[in-house]
Design a protein around this ligand. Sequence first.
Ligand SMILES: NC(=O)C1=CN([C@@H]2O[C@H](COP(=O)(O)OP(=O)(O)OC[C@H]3O[C@@H](n4cnc5c(N)ncnc54)[C@H](OP(=O)(O)O)[C@@H]3O)[C@@H](O)[C@H]2O)C=CC1
Ligand SMILES: CC(=O)N[C@@H](CCC(=O)OP(=O)(O)O)C(=O)O
Length: 344
Amino acid sequence: MIKAGIVGATGYAGAELARLLSQHPQAELAAASSVSFTGQRLSEIYPAYYQLCDIVCGTQEEAVEKSDVVFAALPHGLSQELAAECFEQGKAFIDLGADFRLKNEEDYQKWYNGTFAHPELHGQAAYGLPELFRDEIRGKKIVANPGCFTTAVPLALAPALAGGFIEYKGIVADCKTGVTGAGRGLTQNTHFAELNESCSAYKVASHRHNPEMEQSLRRISGKDVTVTFVPHLLPVNRGILATCYARLKDGATPDEVRAAYEKKYAGEYFIRLLPEGKAADIRNVRLSNFCDISLHFDPHDSMLIAISAIDNMVKGAAGQAVQNMNLLFGLDEKTGLTAISPAF
Ligand SMILES: NC(=O)C1=CN([C@@H]2O[C@H](COP(=O)(O)OP(=O)(O)OC[C@H]3O[C@@H](n4cnc5c(N)ncnc54)[C@H](OP(=O)(O)O)[C@@H]3O)[C@@H](O)[C@H]2O)C=CC1
Ligand SMILES: CC(=O)N[C@@H](CCC(=O)OP(=O)(O)O)C(=O)O
């Protein structure tokens, strides 16, 4: 059994990891850490886990010591020293935060107001989006788990961009998210009365996931891709819906675009390319590690509209982190992640 530890286990992403790891047939939750709840059981904080995941929260140091793989589910900026400690001790490290996602330090400074404390570790870190960058993940000790929007948008656009079927400028990603993406702490925007029965845009064209999604799309296409990205907050707990608009190049046909998606995602268990006429829907991926993608074409304006849906807490965070753990430890990627969504 792989011994897994979660640092920041009491937050939403950490708690979701605890849920998935407690059901994993080849891993055990060996440690969970918290600053605010040290000494308390995770099931005291999240009663759904009563008698199923009663682990007592300890310190960060204990989590490292007891684990083969350490998951960090901490606010941005707190993972670099922890990664260095794990690396020194030969432990695998999977960061759910953003400290290792951006390859360019200037981008990291601009969007996260931080520096690369251990530049050599950034060189070692793999970007953990297996369906696009699987080969770089195998054999690594540090994995930067992507953010939720930065999973949904690149998966929706990658085959069209890599195949050269769409213009790489002028792409628009209009995204909706569930409120758990904001974490457990309460803010005015996530207050029930402010959120319920509404839907609002935030960080319009100024969200930190913008450079991250462009980084992935540039890597897979070799082009200087730009994306106009606008996130919106929905009054639901879970889910990301990414509606991506891109202009088709002259001569590109819907059939060949669809064929490129079929080819790229053939054999990708977690990607479900929906049949023509269906639209991706967050309800159908809820609590699962699947990413549903639907393709639509607007002939009068020569547009591709690629829509992806994921559960932000699973494929957008904890599920993908477990998928990366499976890859690092040579397990079948699907291990512990085959749950399907409830039908309604
Ligand atoms: N929610 C989501 O959909 C996604 C989240 N992520 C990423 O996962 C990470 C965690 O997010 P999320 O769970 O939503 O956030 P939460 O705010 O819900 O949880 C944050 C966790 O970090 C701990 N923590 C806070 N401050 C400190 C500190 N100074 N030192 C040590 N521990 C601290 C808290 O624990 P305690 O107070 O008990 O110590 C808590 O367990 C973030 O980097 C986020 O970007 C990534 C993808 C999606
Ligand atoms: C609703 C909400 O606030 N969502 C978060 C995204 C959470 C996430 O996936 O991203 P990180 O890991 O980069 O934090 C946001 O827009 O900042």
